[in-house]
Write a protein that binds this ligand. Structure first.
Ligand code: NAD
Ligand code: DAU
Length: 337
């Protein structure tokens, strides 16, 4: 198989590339197209950079010419689109780049897939397109209405709608995956779990939004990567597949687990101003992925979290370099005030 992976230098994309290169014997070629924004890091891929099947191209998915040149250069079986602006807090601060990358970028890729007759397009989406659940509501199924709350999730929802429109209008073979909150190695330390682990390791405060009781459903990144791959291989064109870990926890429970595992004092946890529009709860019903794709999450959350914390302890240089950089100024540098 010949595959284009976009956003392959980020957290999930890099775990996905390494997983399929290690586990799938039929991979002839993977082209990783990534702009290397503040979130992209080639250090995530050092284990595969000498693999002759792996090719990295620095480029922007919103750039028509770049995308056309790459997609038309070979006969590709599959495009998997992980590339996105992915952090909800940043989308509240400035949503322009979210709309640009997440919607326009997806449209440019879909058009290139259509023109060049790529066999399948897999859009990596999120549970956040369904909006928020109360404590009593059942988990999201693929039939839930799309009611995103943040500029990030609205941009991902827009991309999902575009993907389905290309399936209906142009008969492009598209599958969409929607997954809950990932954790695991190589997650950028702006996100909740790696931020709290790295701060706690340095005895820094852990800023817990609101009352800390919002609930997320945590899934190990390799379970998500396996889900995306199963949808690419066994999914039906025009279908959406939900993936989740079945691990619903309040944020404060996660914060307490992290300080406990690290042997730190929970006085490091500090309640701070809530995220505007903060979704209360996410939970995924992944029955369809299990029955149609044979997928089931394999990681146990307690041991997965311990291993993840160990990874951050063993790879201090990786996250220290990121945290010492000026990534917080990325938007102003690239898009102006
Ligand atoms: P990430 O922020 O770690 O990585 C995003 C990658 O996309 C980076 O390597 C970045 O350089 C690249 N990128 C950004 N803009 C680009 C552009 N214009 N052209 C080319 N590359 C570009 O994100 P992640 O957490 O790995 O998420 C990957 C995908 O999975 C996203 O689409 C996200 O919406 C989705 N997702 C994430 C989660 C999660 O918990 N992190 C859960 C469900 C779905
Ligand atoms: O659900 C899937 C989504 O999960 C993905 O689509 C997104 O790309 C990914 O970023 C993630 O979104 P969240 O907003 O849920 O993740 P985040 O790590 O930012 O926050 C998780 C929870 O922790 C959320 O309720 C907000 C809270 N939080 C987060 C941060 C960064 C805090 O309390 N303090 C913090 O400093």
């Amino acid at each position: 198989m010949k595959i284009i992976v976009t956003g392959g230098a980020g957290f999930i994309g890099s775990n996905f590339i390494k997983m399929i290169l290690a586990d799938c014997s039929n991979i002839q070629k993977i082209v990783n197209l990534d702009l290397l924004t503040y979130a992209g890091n080639l250090a995530n891929l050092k284990d595969v950079e000498s693999d002759s099947r792996y090719h990295f191209i620095k480029g922007d998915i919103t750039d028509y010419d770049t995308v056309e040149k790459i997609v038309s250069a070979d006969k590709f079986d599959l495009i998997v689109n992980f590339a996105a602006e992915s952090h909800v807090d940043r989308s509240i601060y400035d949503s322009r780049v979210f709309v640009h990358t997440n919607i326009l970028g997806t449209q440019v890729l879909l058009d290139a897939a259509k023109r060049n007759k790529v066999n399948r397009f897999c859009q990596v989406s999120t549970d956040e397109v369904y909006g928020s659940l109360t404590d009593k509501e059942p988990s999201f199924t693929e039939d839930n209405p799309i009611t995103p709350s943040s500029p990030y999730s609205a941009s991902k929802a827009g991309a999902d709608h575009l993907c389905l429109s290309y399936y209906h209008t142009h008969k492009l073979d598209v599958v969409i995956t929607r997954c809950s909150n990932n954790y695991g190695p190589y997650q950028f330390p702006e996100k909740f779990i790696p931020l709290f682990i790295s701060n706690a390791m340095d005895e820094k405060k852990l800023p817990l939004y609101g009352d800390g009781k919002n609930i997320r459903d945590w899934i190990h990144v390799l379970d998500h990567a396996a889900g995306v791959w199963s949808a690419c291989i066994n999914g039906k064109a025009g279908e959406v597949y939900n993936f989740g870990g079945g691990n619903e926890y309040g944020n404060i429970e996660i914060a307490n687990k992290i300080v406990d595992i690290l042997g730190k004092d929970n006085s490091l946890i500090e309640l701070v101003r809530d995220r505007p529009g903060h979704d209360w709860r996410y939970a995924m019903d992944y029955t369809k992925a299990t029955s149609e794709l044979g997928w089931i999450p394999k990681f146990n959350f307690e041991s997965g979290l311990k291993d993840t914390i160990e990874w951050y302890q063993e790879n201090r240089a990786w996250w220290e370099e990121i945290k010492s950089g000026d990534y917080l100024n990325y938007y102003e540098k690239h898009y102006g005030k």
